[in-house]
Design a binder for this molecule. Structure first.
Ligand SMILES: *[C@@H]1O[C@H](CO)[C@@H](O)[C@H](O)[C@H]1NC(C)=O
Ligand SMILES: *[C@@H]1O[C@H](CO)[C@@H](O)[C@H](O)[C@H]1NC(C)=O
Ligand SMILES: *[C@@H]1O[C@H](CO)[C@@H](O)[C@H](O)[C@H]1NC(C)=O
Ligand SMILES: *[C@@H]1O[C@H](CO)[C@@H](O)[C@H](O)[C@H]1NC(C)=O
Ligand SMILES: *[C@@H]1O[C@H](CO)[C@@H](O)[C@H](O)[C@H]1NC(C)=O
Ligand SMILES: *[C@@H]1O[C@H](CO)[C@@H](O)[C@H](O)[C@H]1NC(C)=O
Ligand SMILES: *[C@@H]1O[C@H](CO)[C@@H](O)[C@H](O)[C@H]1NC(C)=O
Ligand SMILES: *[C@@H]1O[C@H](CO)[C@@H](O)[C@H](O)[C@H]1NC(C)=O
Ligand SMILES: *[C@@H]1O[C@H](CO)[C@@H](O)[C@H](O)[C@H]1NC(C)=O
Ligand SMILES: *[C@@H]1O[C@H](CO)[C@@H](O)[C@H](O)[C@H]1NC(C)=O
Ligand SMILES: [Ca+2]
Length: 322
């Protein structure tokens, strides 16, 4: 009977195969390509194992089909530990064709301080506020990537400055060029850079008297919608020791109005004990302002109409130069 014959043949093959399994064979030598490319084959008693070579990791998922048998190139790792009080970091300037980039920076500030992160450039393929799958910057608001508070950014909108809760932050940059068709465009769609500072936690609220030698000021956003509250005026007075002056640096600045023109809507006015040092509005970040003496005031005024992201500034007492 035909079916019987086939069944017998199949059974015979199975017995043969079973028997072969018990005779020791060096599969790696018999069939050098048995494991696929970029793997190391190890012979074992009755079998063999495949492992990815150094620089390769096991392939999984449909996105890794391109030219890959068992192992894919592991991502290019970069980043580092940043512990200076201020610093700059960002996406690597070079990338390797078809090789994902996975950088992590661990930033540590002195105990009691927070870290202010200012994105200075940002252009990552993807849509801000949507799924950031192949390109993203992630901020872990804690000392490790297991920190629960995590923020993911992609797209073309420069993210708002980020202020950590404690004295550490981990920032990860990931870019997967697998689907990049035009390689010369890749480096222009995987770009970010950021500057950070260790600072005292910005005082929340509207105005106040600041007497620490360093600190931060932030426009009030009581309902936390990312914009300052309309119809608001606040006055901060910074006082440092008598032989010091105050250097106030704006990290971000977005106020209703047009930079360089008279500020008829919202504004920030900075004075020292002698005179006015500047009145600012619009979206251009003002240059650092240095007081002539040990007192500086910052007056913030917002009308009832348009409100924007507002301002974040840090200051430090610097020795008076005579
Ligand atoms: C394996 O490695 C070689 C040399 O590093 C490379 O040319 C080849 O493309 C790699 N194969 C895969 C599947 O990544
Ligand atoms: C960063 O610090 C961690 C923990 O202290 C350490 O394991 C890691 O090797 C450091 N990385 C670099 C690039 O120095
Ligand atoms: C920290 O600052 C020192 C001195 O200013 C500099 O030499 C060093 O490269 C900086 N380290 C980092 C990680 O930026
Ligand atoms: C990036 O590298 C970290 C380890 O440094 C790893 O835990 C993470 O899974 C990697 N991310 C991706 C998307 O490969
Ligand atoms: C790739 O992108 C570059 C830069 O945008 C452009 O000049 C070039 O024409 C593109 N090549 C192709 C094949 O589309
Ligand atoms: C700041 O100090 C001045 C004078 O010392 C005082 O009048 C004012 O009420 C203080 N403001 C706050 C918010 O404490
Ligand atoms: C003020 O701070 C800015 C930014 O940190 C710095 O570039 C500038 O040199 C400082 N100016 C003085 C007088 O300390
Ligand atoms: C913060 O980043 C913005 C761009 O997003 C830039 O205009 C501003 O100058 C930066 N602030 C500082 C102090 O570097
Ligand atoms: C700042 O100085 C200007 C010009 O002297 C003055 O009109 C203004 O009232 C001062 N602002 C504050 C908050 O003292
Ligand atoms: C701002 O104040 C004005 C006058 O009191 C009021 O008419 C307006 O509704 C207020 N605007 C907002 C957004 O609260
Ligand atoms: Ca608000």
């Amino acid at each position: 009977m035909k079916i019987g014959l086939f069944a017998n043949l199949f059974w015979g093959a199975l017995v043969l195969w079973k028997g072969a399994e018990h005779t020791e064979v060096d599969e790696c030598r018999e069939n050098p390509t048995i494991c696929g490319s970029n793997t190391t084959c190890s012979n074992t008693a009755g079998s063999f194992t495949c492992q990815c070579k150094e620089g390769f990791i096991p392939s999984s998922g449909p996105e890794w089909k391109l030219g890959v048998t068992f192992c894919k190139r592991s991502a290019l790792t970069c980043g580092g530990n940043l512990s200076n009080l201020t610093g700059t970091f960002g996406s690597p300037e070079r990338a390797e064709r078809n090789l994902p980039v996975n950088c992590s920076w661990a930033i540590t500030a002195p105990t009691g301080k927070v870290i202010i992160l200012n994105f200075t450039s940002f252009r990552l393929n993807g849509w801000s506020g949507r799924i950031c799958r192949y390109y993203y910057v992630k901020i872990f608001n804690g000392d490790s990537t297991s920190s629960s508070a995590e923020h993911t950014y992609c797209g073309r909108a420069v993210p708002a400055p980020f202020v950590s809760s404690a004295n550490f932050l981990v920032v990860r940059f990931f870019a997967d060029p697998t689907f990049v068709k035009n390689w010369s465009q890749y480096l222009s769609i995987a770009v970010f850079s950021a500057t950070y500072w260790a600072a005292d936690k910005p005082q929340q609220g509207c105005g106040g008297n600041l007497t620490n030698p360093t600190g931060a000021l932030i426009s009030p956003d009581i309902n936390q919608d990312g914009k300052y509250e309309p119809n608001t005026t606040c006055l901060w007075t910074i006082t440092v020791p008598p032989n010091a002056v105050i250097n106030l640096t704006f990290i971000s600045f977005q106020l209703d109005g047009i930079s360089g023109l008279p500020c008829i809507f919202d504004y920030v006015q900075i004075n020292d004990s002698r005179s006015e040092l500047g009145t600012f509005c619009g979206w251009m970040v003002p240059r650092p302002v240095v007081s002539s003496g040990n007192v500086l005031t910052l007056h913030f005024s917002a009308d009832g109409v348009l409100s924007h992201r507002g301002f974040l500034a840090i200051y430090e007492a610097v020795p008076m130069t005579t």
